[in-house]
Ligand binder design. Structure first.
Ligand code: AMP
Length: 283
């Protein structure tokens, strides 16, 4: 496995692989790798001949007062995980590599970035779509892998790639959870044992939603009230949003009939946590 810290070096490694006819997969991450990231890497290793994992804590997707400075950076552990998973190249640029001068050029996806996380993090998705575009231009992958855990991000990036005719496929992999149901996240490290226990109510609220829809409840308002009641059982949970939205437009759904995305964002102690499930009322 090679570690490339510069754009020139990653381009040269990928270029050589491409000349040998290899199919190139990219897994964009911010590091602090865990089993969720590994599931994406495994999918890439399975589908592709040459796998690049980018590790870059992208400053432009963090807002003022967010956790940019304290974001975990266990680089040696990340290297071990990537070696064991069969990664060919880690692309780990310094911020100055990616943003050598003040950035004047942004990629923004309209509408889809307004609801859900876009409301509380108004510049977040602009940072995500811009850095993904840069990574796609630098690496030139045939396929890029994203997690369902960040459902809105996956939908936004898919739409960006389609709208801008980017020559790659976006694959979305299922959310990996702890046995408790808690979605695995680098930010779970910020939680105490008690807060981790409290955080399992996020998944419980989503499962209650699945149960209600399965039982024939169609009124989103009623379901959201049931979910909020489960989250409010835990005093340490501060709800940012509980939403039931259309899986393509991300617009709120009042009366559930087909497939919907149920998404939750909460704050627990020092961490902001998000989770979601897809439910098909027609099934
Ligand atoms: P991050 O390092 O948090 O930016 O995440 C990098 C990629 O891993 C994103 O596409 C995430 O959606 C994905 N990811 C993070 N956590 C999980 C998880 N628990 N299950 C599946 N994918 C995940």
């Amino acid at each position: 496995m090679e570690v490339a810290e510069t754009i020139v070096s990653v381009r040269s490694l990928v270029g050589a692989a491409r000349r040998r006819g290899k199919k190139v997969g990219l897994v964009p991450t911010m590091g602090a790798l865990h089993v969720g990231h590994v599931s994406l890497i495994e999918a890439a290793v399975k589908d592709c001949d040459f796998v690049v994992v980018s590790i870059f804590v992208n400053p432009t997707q963090f807002g003022p007062g967010e956790d940019l400075e304290k974001y975990p950076k266990p680089f040696e552990a990340d290297l071990d995980i990537c070696v064991r998973a069969g990664v060919d190249v880690i692309f780990a640029p310094a911020p100055e590599q990616m943003y050598p001068v003040e950035n004047f050029t942004w990629v923004t996806v309209e509408k889809l970035t307004e609801p859900l996380c876009g409301r509380g993090r108004p510049t977040h998705f602009r940072g995500v779509t811009t850095v993904c575009t840069k990574l796609f231009n630098i690496v030139g992958p045939d396929v890029a892998y994203f997690g369902q855990k960040d459902a809105q991000q996956a939908i936004v990036v898919k739409r960006m790639a389609a709208d801008l005719n980017m020559p790659l496929e976006i694959v979305v992999c299922p959310t990996v959870r702890e046995p408790s149901g808690l979605a695995v996240s680098s930010r779970n490290q910020y939680l105490s044992d008690q807060e981790k226990e409290d955080a399992t109510n996020i998944h419980k609220s989503l499962e209650e939603c699945r149960r209600m829809i399965g039982g024939g409840v169609a009124q989103a308002g009623q379901i959201i009230a049931g979910m909020r009641a489960i989250l409010e059982e835990v005093p340490s949970i501060e709800i940012e949003y509980v939403s039931i939205v259309d899986t393509e437009s991300l617009e709120s759904v009042e009366e559930i009939s087909g497939r919907v995305l149920i998404a939750v964002a909460v704050r627990i102690g020092p961490a902001r946590l998000i989770d979601n499930i897809l439910v098909d009322a027609g099934e």
